[in-house]
Ligand binder design. Sequence first.
Ligand SMILES: [Fe+2]
Length: 156
Amino acid sequence: MGTLDRDKAIAILNRIVECELAGVIRYTQFSLTVEGEDRAEVATWLRAQADEGLKHAQRAGRLIALLGGQAATASWAPLLGGDVHDIDTILRASLRHETEACHADQQLLELSRGRSVFIEDYARDLIVTETMHINQVGRLMRQPWEMPSEACRSPA
Ligand SMILES: [Fe+2]
């Protein structure tokens, strides 16, 4: 088993913290502004994602500490504007968010594979969760959608 690049792992985990915290804000905002026929169902899902994002951010933060690093969120992802109410726009933004989260998890998996069972298992677990979220967003959308080809693909 090779050696894990600890600094790179911490940097990726910090991106995960950043992304998940942005999700907390985005999803909370979306849950408050979403309108339309399926508002209640979509708002419930959005609130659940905000809760889960916070748990994911805290879990990644604990992992950073375990690796001897510091959680250092440097920037915030842009938000949609509080005046967005359209379900489709919100779900498409949600799909982009979930795909972005999955990319960071994928990078962590690639970095840790064969180097740290602990980090590898953590990354795999997150990839499964985010892939399920991507599918859930797709099923909430009224318009035809496809799993983004770049989302949660298996590393070569
Ligand atoms: Fe997610």
